[in-house]
Write a protein that binds this ligand. Structure first.
Ligand SMILES: [Zn+2]
Length: 306
């Protein structure tokens, strides 16, 4: 069996293998069986920026940094969003508290964490003030969730502010496959979650803005998404998610090319790395997806990694 096929067919077990060996002991054992492919050498070869991560949603910052160390993830882009409960609004007081959590983590690990501000555009004035506060304190972008769709007019002043700052907007995304074969598109649980179409509407209106379609590997219909956003160069995707279906990375590459994809984990660390290593990407393409592409975004605001 050829090496690539072996890993493509066994992404999950490979992820488990790394997890098992890395958690229980330092990587010292000879892994010549079942393949001579040295997966940890491959893992450590690439510098990484995790373009989709959180703090304050469970686990400790210490354990997160420990995971990052084991996988040579130099920087983690972190945010603390709130999932909108039906009928309950996220207030400015609440989103400021979320951002304080991020600022505290950035202070604790200044070399590792890159913070993203989280706001609720329903509160326009307070959101703009909060973006200013957070970016003045070193944050590098914006994370928004399912309070409103990215195409909603209440987002316009926020998108315009992010254009002025030359920073990317990472938007939570859901393009549901649907029930019994029917595409529900807007889902029921998150009526305001953004779909591929919502991203397109915003990207068309603001071609100079940068949008990050969150977690292509997060359970949505990534084939549909990639085909839909193909012609909008200011929509990027991150590869995070816990499902990591085979061929996803290769499909994203085919649709969007090698410059619009960022490595991300959304806390699925081993799977996030494994799905890229097990893809058919060239070494240089992996290097771009793991590190350079997101760093190029950071360069636009002068907050890049050396
Ligand atoms: Zn996330």
């Amino acid at each position: 069996m050829d090496r690539r096929k072996f890993f493509r067919d066994t992404t999950f077990s490979v992820a488990g293998m790394i997890a098992g060996s890395a958690i229980s002991e330092p990587y010292t054992k000879d892994r010549s069986s079942p393949s001579s492919y040295d997966i940890m050498k491959e893992v450590m070869k690439y510098r990484k920026i995790d373009a989709h991560e959180h703090v304050g949603l469970g686990g400790t910052v210490e354990s997160q940094i420990d995971f990052a160390d084991r996988l040579n993830i130099e920087k983690l882009v972190i945010s603390r969003p709130i999932n909108q409960e039906l009928g309950k609004e996220v207030t400015p007081e609440e989103f400021r508290k979320c951002n304080d959590t991020i600022l505290a983590a950035m202070k604790e690990y200044p070399d590792r964490y890159l913070g993203q501000a989280y706001v609720n555009p329903v509160y326009g004035k307070e959101s703009l003030e909060e973006i200013k506060r957070c970016t003045d304190l070193g944050m590098i972008g914006l994370k928004v969730y399912n309070q409103l769709k990215i195409s909603d007019p209440l987002f316009y002043p926020i998108i315009e502010e992010m254009i002025d700052l030359n920073m990317i907007i990472m938007m939570h995304a859901v393009t549901a496959i649907g029930f019994a074969g029917h595409r529900t598109k807007y889902g029921n649980q998150q009526p305001n979650a953004s779909t591929a179409e919502d991203f397109i509407e915003a990207a068309k209106r603001y071609p100079e803005a940068m949008f990050q379609y969150a977690h292509t590997g997060g359970g949505g219909d990534w084939e549909y998404t990639c085909k839909a956003i193909k012609d909008y160069p200011n929509i990027y995707v991150d590869t995070s998610g816990s499902n990591n279906e085979g061929e996803m990375i290769d499909f994203v590459l085919k649709c969007l090319g090698e410059d619009r994809m960022f490595f991300g984990t959304d806390s699925s660390y081993y799977q996030g790395v494994g799905v890229i290593l097990s893809s058919g990407l060239t070494e240089n393409q992996k290097k771009k997806i793991f590190f350079d592409n997101f760093n190029n975004i950071l360069k636009k605001s002068g907050r890049n990694v050396d």
